[in-house]
Write a protein that binds this ligand. Structure first.
Ligand code: FAD
Ligand code: NAG
Ligand code: NAG
Length: 447
């Protein structure tokens, strides 16, 4: 009798009720430490998702030069990921647009770099702009660098075509991957007071910290969510025609279900919204800078189009006006000290990325941390955003990082739809009922 009753409960709970799966129940209302609601973010996101996705396919954003050969300064690396899924394709010289290759070929000559740079720019932009550029130098002090300088001029730096190397499942896992996340959360995130009972960083314990320290955790956690979502959404799956890259609902569920994450999963998803809002705020705040930026690739027509697209997208993002208020942070008597700690820790994380032993993960890890660092630089540097002296690499990573977050929001929506509209697959087996959640029934279908 009990058996039938519980089957009945299972049916009413899962097949007939309109209740959202547990992961998504918390995914509504206010985004903590922000002024925006999840629903508002979703609306703005639905407008900007496609255009942004097209923008980063343009040459200016598509090719990124980086040195992936920097040593890991913290420990002796072990367990290089040698799977083909971890490997990267580099570009041949011919693939990289002329303008980009030129701009980055500074390391060769003994001449003063600035002079060389300016004389190059001279060919393509007006004298006014050069005067403005020179003035920019004076504002260097206003540029707070959240990341350790990248050495794009190094012999070892290479161009990568980001379209050819998408972020997706690589199989990088186990101790090497865990160690990175552990050192980020345990050694570099702030902790609630030592004498408090809470040691772990949870959605509850972080409330014992000041806002700045919570923000640090939220941006890192949101980025972590984005990485997890990407690998779950682009997973090697088998279908009728063979192997392909597609969504794996079971993988997503395992990483975000309250049951398998001590109740934290839904909050990690909300942190994804948080970091999305932080980057969105930075990108919209810097609109005056984009309006005067040269998205130079050596093809004037393309460059104009790129700029128009950037401005259009940023203007569409302005429809979500209250996002994240950076003015609330780093004020008061202890501001200098907290900002300093924040910087030290964030720069440290940017260096930890060199310890990631899967090439593809390292590439995207570095891009996304640098992009996030650029967002923070825009938000927290003194002076006007239009006076910021950003490097090309910072602009490229900022927009690519934002696009990855934008894709993650898109995938979250898809996973949600997959759960909402999937049909009840038949009577549950004993093991499913014990878990009593909607995900286990779909896991069977997926695997
Ligand atoms: C920089 C970097 C980039 C990576 N890129 C890729 C990639 O492109 N493709 C790929 O397949 N793999 C990638 N990985 C590996 C991937 O992130 C996981 O480490 C791996 O899939 C193993 O997952 P896991 O289940 O052990 O948990 P992990 O994701 O390794 O998480 C470790 C622990 O952190 C906590 N945690 C998990 N999520 C959050 C969150 N959002 N917020 C706060 N705490 C959290 C949990 O307690 C969890 O047990 C990357 C790893 C790193 C460090
Ligand atoms: C870059 O510099 C090297 C060494 O001086 C030179 O051989 C090469 O042609 C340059 N590349 C471009 C694209 O100018
Ligand atoms: C930087 O990170 C490493 C590795 O996690 C850690 O050992 C070290 O304490 C960190 N340094 C600072 C200043 O936080």
């Amino acid at each position: 009798m009990w058996k039938y009753l519980s089957v009945f409960c299972f049916l009413t709970n899962n097949a007939f009720s309109l209740e959202l799966p547990a992961c998504f129940k918390h995914l509504r209302g206010q985004v903590d430490d922000c002024y925006c609601k999840v629903e508002d973010v979703d609306n703005t996101h639905s407008v900007s998702f496609e255009p942004l996705s097209k923008l980063v396919q343009r040459n200016y954003f598509r090719y990124y030069k980086v040195n992936l050969d920097k040593p890991c300064i913290f420990w002796k690396e072990r367990g290089e990921c040698t799977r083909s899924t971890c490997a990267l394709k580099t570009c041949t010289q011919a693939e990289v647009p002329v303008g980009l290759a030129d701009n980055n070929n500074k390391s060769s000559g003994p001449t003063c770099e600035e002079e060389q740079e300016l004389s190059k720019i001279n060919n393509v932009i007006s004298d006014d702009r050069i005067a403005a550029l020179q003035k920019l130098e004076k504002h260097e002090a206003d540029n707070i660098n959240f990341c350790v300088q990248e050495d794009e001029d190094s012999e070892k730096a290479e161009f990568y075509d980001l379209l050819q190397n998408p972020e997706r499942y690589t199989g990088y896992s186990g101790e090497p991957a865990r160690r990175i996340w552990r050192s980020i959360y345990e050694e570099n995130c702030f902790k609630p007071k030592k004498d408090s009972l809470f040691i772990d960083l949870t959605h509850k314990s972080i409330n014992y910290m000041c806002k700045e320290k919570r923000v640090f955790f939220r941006v890192v956690s949101g980025l972590h969510s984005s990485i997890s979502i990407h690998l779950a959404a682009k997973y090697p799956v088998q279908d009728f025609f063979g192997q392909k890259w597609g969504p794996n609902l079971a993988e997503f569920s395992r990483r975000f279900l309250p049951e398998s994450t001590n109740g934290e999963g839904p909050h990690w998803l909300k942190n994804l919204y948080f970091v999305y809002l932080v980057e969105m705020r930075a990108i919209t705040k810097a609109l005056p800078l984009w309006k005067s930026w040269d998205f130079y690739t050596g093809n004037p027509e393309e460059d104009t189009k790129t700029k128009e697209d950037v401005v259009d997208i940023v203007e569409s993002l302005l429809s979500c006006p209250d996002t994240f208020d950076e003015a609330q942070l780093f004020k008061g008597p202890a501001a200098g000290e907290i900002l300093n700690d924040f910087l030290v820790h964030f720069r440290n994380i940017s260096q930890i990325m060199d310890c990631v032993t899967c090439d593809k993960c390292r590439l995207w890890g570095k891009i996304q941390i640098r992009g996030l660092g650029t967002a923070l630089k825009i938000l927290f540097s003194g002076g006007k955003p239009e006076n910021l002296a950003l490097e090309r690499g910072e602009v490229v990573t900022l927009f690519n990082a934002f696009n990855q977050l934008s894709h993650s929001l898109h995938y979250v929506k898809q996973f949600k739809d997959q759960m909402d509209y999937s049909e009840y697959p038949g009577p549950p087996e004993e093991s499913d009922r014990k878990q009593d959640n909607i995900f286990s029934t779909f896991s069977r279908g997926e695997l």
